[in-house]
Design a protein around this ligand. Sequence first.
Ligand code: UD1
Ligand code: CA
Length: 452
Amino acid sequence: MNEYIRMSKKPLACVVLAAGKGSRMKSDTDKVLHMLAGKPMIKWLLGTLAQLSPEKIIVVTAPDMEEVQAACAPHTIAIQQEANGTGGAVKAALSVLDGFDGDVLIALGDCPLVSLQTFSDLIDSRGDAGFSVLGTVMNDPTGYGRLVLDEQGIVQKIVEEKDASDEERQIQIINTGVFCVDGKYLADWLGKIEPSNAQGEYYLTDLPKIAACDGKICSAIATLDPSEVMGCNTKADLAVLESVLQNRLRHEALLDGVQMVDPATVYFNFDTKIAPGVMIEPNVFFGSDVSVEAGVHIKAFSHIEGAYIKSGAIIGPFARLRPGADIGEDVKVGNFVEVKKSTIGKGSKINHLAYVGDCEMGENVNFSAGAITVNYDGYDKHKTIIGAGAMVGSNVNLVAPITVGESAFLAAGSTLSKDVPADALAVAREPVKIHKGWAAKYRAGKEKKGLS
Ligand code: UD1
Ligand code: CA
């Protein structure tokens, strides 16, 4: 759980800008709906903002962004009719802000990883200033607006890269795009922004100059961690944000007592639940909705999604658990085994090269190499039920629907399409024929031919 300190008790409203087309993403999906660790980018941001307990959160979208609007529920949506810049976007929220007289925190939908403490510090830092802006120092500031500061650290202006002089481009202190503005002045100042810049847009970044005309200053704070304020304009940025987030999730898991040999190679989903004491080997991927109980060992190169793994189970190496895999205590799922929508009873072993789908497997079943459930007839899925203690031999095909009784013995290589009673042996294969001496005669014949 995040803990943070916010000193200011002033009322707070948050405005999230998400109406931009995001054309640099070259994607049919709206930019802020791109996933980070299995959750849309904007939801990460909204989750953090909600923890500040604001009176309202307003998300500005374009008129046709129904999917973004739905993803932002239950927060208020404001529509920016025309994508005419970040200043225009905040203007679109004014009618919903309705003269709000408190701190207005403006955040960018494409800058989703700002921490709760940093937002809070920005709000607290405003004091009597007209507004404050969050900056950071970037080794490579390319593409960001730059903060032009005076000797006291007061922001004189924010200059966009496209409008910057060569000298201004050398500045490494960048505008993260996150602002905290005194709500009293917001509407007035927004009304004074002119689209007189390289892109012909209404820039929110014109506010310092406009506020200065009212004798109000713009203060700035900087976060020491540029990774939390990285914006997302391209798929390359998205990949960097994903890695920032994965590092956070890995760190949290390690502090929670999860053991990882090489954390950098383990990928989590936002909702992955792993108990303390679980051991994870390198190159493991968790998709959505996975819970792992204490004492589980996940071996290298396993891909796990939608699975519940009970204590003492050993998974992998090279295991694939798909949605609905419910793995019982002390179960072994070994290499090249796929389990889907199946319950595996305590102590059962599926050690190598097997497919188990739509199956209810009792306790202590041995499901040998190459055995599979034949669960699909080309149209429908069918169920396989295997009683406790059954021995499923190698290369057995269980043609579902089928029920195998407790402690039954299924001979290797059998294709079974009939139920097998408890304690029975089922064999479905050709009897073995032995032709004594045949091989020797065959070889002799071949070799004679070769000599002639
Ligand atoms: C913006 C800042 C830049 C800063 C950078 C930080 C301006 C003019 N520039 O640049 O100083 O360094 O963010 O990441 O503010 N949006 C709207 N409506 C619009 C345009 C944009 O809602 O008409 C939203 C976008 O959806 C996005 C955010 O505002 O979430 C930022 O827009 P974007 O075009 O990405 O701005 P940058 O060029 O990154
Ligand atoms: Ca951006």
